[in-house]
Design a protein around this ligand. Structure first.
Ligand SMILES: NC(=O)c1ccc[n+]([C@@H]2O[C@H](COP(=O)([O-])OP(=O)(O)OC[C@H]3O[C@@H](n4cnc5c(N)ncnc54)[C@H](O)[C@@H]3O)[C@@H](O)[C@H]2O)c1
Length: 331
């Protein structure tokens, strides 16, 4: 069944990433909404949608739609999300679900009350390298995860003018507040330390104590160019190490013997390092960051099928962690 969708927010992310990937699924975009007339008209032309409005209320009231999706900003996500759920519609929204954990909890209540799913844009779970690491651990072949290290960096100019770091926390850090548990386990407690080079240029190390007993540290900050890779994850086990670089390069180190003193040395399926990275010249399978896969799982949930799409329940957990982190850092 083709799902009929109303879409709010025709900004960069929606028009370049989400809508092109969403339209590969069995959906029809019935109407688009943006307060910026030029962006709205451009998106209408790009995606062949005739019904355009600058009023989100009107979009949510569109007759015949099954779901509302949105990529706008934290305050609008909360307001439009509640309105769409109250109208009995399923919802997909980008992160963050709200500006506060309280807002996320309000959305969870609305989703439970209306019995309509609210899928959240935590696509880091679907970024292919992270996914592979998760699947290797879930297979049991990695053994117990003892440690997680990694970094998630960005540059101070990305949310220019917002030197109070709110944008960095809400739009960036929230991803890893979710991802760490997808890779390891629920978090028991968090600690954090920071150093500030100058206003707007910060580095902090976040420590996680996981319920499974593992320990973790993620370095986060606004002091790296976005022209370089800015994400890395490493899972540590006993004679096992999974490294994910820039979400597309995976190395699984295990327990090989020394090779240089053995002229018969070869590569062994069971102990040598397995590596993977994609072929960027293939004119297909371009979903390395995971938007298509995430949206596909979201649509399954909308149809009432089995799905592991992240929902507002996960959003509440991530937003509560984020608030704890900001408290610890006094930011
Ligand atoms: N998961 C990811 O990888 C990822 C990447 C980028 C952005 N995002 C998220 O997507 C959201 C949008 O980000 P963006 O970079 O596209 O921002 P953007 O500013 O380019 O787009 C937001 C759009 O919403 C419109 N808008 C604002 N208020 C509105 C309202 N009341 N009604 C209708 N439209 C309104 C704006 O005119 C703009 O076109 C943010 O929440 C951001 O965190 C997620």
């Amino acid at each position: 069944m083709t799902l009929k969708i109303g879409w709010i927010g025709c900004g960069t992310h929606a028009t370049q990433m989400l809508l092109p990937q969403l339209l590969r699924h069995d959906v029809a975009i019935e109407a688009l909404c943006d307060v910026d007339g030029a962006r709205l008209a451009q998106a209408g032309r790009q995606f062949g949608v005739g019904k355009l409005t600058s009023d989100a209320k009107e979009l949510i009231g569109t007759k015949g739609i099954d779901a509302v999706s949105m990529a706008v900003g934290p305050d609008q996500h909360l307001m439009f999300g509640k309105a769409a759920l109250d109208r009995g519609l399923a919802v997909f929204m980008e992160k963050p679900p709200a500006a506060t954990a309280e807002g996320a909890r309000e959305l969870l209540k609305a989703s439970e009350r209306t019995k309509k799913p609210l899928v959240l844009g935590f696509m880091k779970r679907y970024s292919i390298g992270n996914r592979i690491a998760h699947n290797v651990v879930a297979s049991g072949r990695f053994g117990r995860v003892l440690g997680l290290t990694g970094y998630y960096m960005t540059a101070p100019t990305y949310f220019a003018g917002n030197v109070d770091y709110t944008g960095f926390f809400l739009h960036h850090c929230v991803h890893y507040m979710d991802l760490v548990s997808y890779l390891v386990s629920p978090v028991r407690s968090i600690n954090a330390r920071k150093v500030e080079a100058s206003p707007g240029r910060i580095l902090f190390h976040v420590g996680f104590d996981f319920e499974c007993g593992a320990i973790g540290t993620i370095a986060m900050g606004t002091i790296q160019s976005r022209g370089t890779p800015v994400e890395r994850i490493e899972l540590m086990g006993d004679h096992q190490r999974l490294e994910v670089e820039d979400v597309i390069e995976v190395r699984w180190n295990r327990n090989p013997p020394f090779k240089t003193d053995n002229l018969g040395a070869s590569l062994d399926d069971d102990v040598d390092t397995l590596t993977w990275k994609p072929n960027f010249t293939a004119a297909a399978n371009e979903d390395h960051k995971g938007y298509h896969a995430l949206l596909g799982d979201g649509l399954k949930l909308f149809r009432g099928e089995a799905s592991s799409a992240p929902t507002i329940k996960d959003g509440v957990v991530a937003m509560e962690r984020l608030e704890k982190l900001r408290q610890l850092l006094n930011l």
